[in-house]
Design a protein around this ligand. Structure first.
Ligand SMILES: [Ca+2]
Ligand SMILES: [Ca+2]
Length: 162
């Protein structure tokens, strides 16, 4: 009689076990939610970084690789200010924070971000190999985007002087 009554309900051990299982399930759901929020934030930063790289790509796309006046005399800017830069190597070493858009306007809404530009001549047979400034017709432009001084992306492309 007594045994039958016990078998109808749950023992305290079973109840505790169920509580522990539910607890684990809730904890893992919360953990999954937190990691997807983090992934979302990282995805947003990556999209912003891509956008900021695009601005530099667009800005420099139509610029000649070497200066229209002085040619290969100077590697780097011949002009005093970025607004007057008129060839690709002028942008070598530029670190822009806040970043700029394709019209060279400062984007204060992305003030935590920066664009760092590197322009290097590369071996035509091997774009991974950097050569002396102006010693080849090929240049590699690299734009690194950082957020709060932490690099989040780096993109390179090749331009040719020909
Ligand atoms: Ca120039
Ligand atoms: Ca130049």
């Amino acid at each position: 009689m007594l045994n039958t009554r016990y078998q109808k309900g749950f023992t305290i051990i079973e109840v505790l076990f169920a509580i522990v299982l539910i607890g684990i399930a809730i904890a893992s759901l919360v953990a999954a939610n937190i990691s997807s929020t983090k992934a979302n934030a990282a995805g947003t930063n990556l999209s912003t970084a891509e956008f900021l790289v695009e601005q530099i790509k667009e800005l420099t796309a139509l610029l000649p690789v070497i200066d229209p006046q002085t040619g290969t005399d100077v590697f780097g800017p011949e002009e005093a200010v970025l607004a007057d830069y008129d060839d690709l190597d002028d942008f070598d070493g530029a670190s822009l924070s806040p970043p700029i858009n394709a019209n060279r306007e400062t984007m204060i809404e992305f003030t935590a971000f920066s664009q760092q530009i590197t322009v290097e001549n590369v071996n035509p047979a091997n774009f991974e190999q950097i050569v002396t400034d102006h010693s080849s017709y090929f240049v590699r432009v690299t734009v690194k985007v950082s957020m709060n001084s932490k690099e989040i992306s780096s993109t390179s492309w090749i331009r040719t002087r020909l």
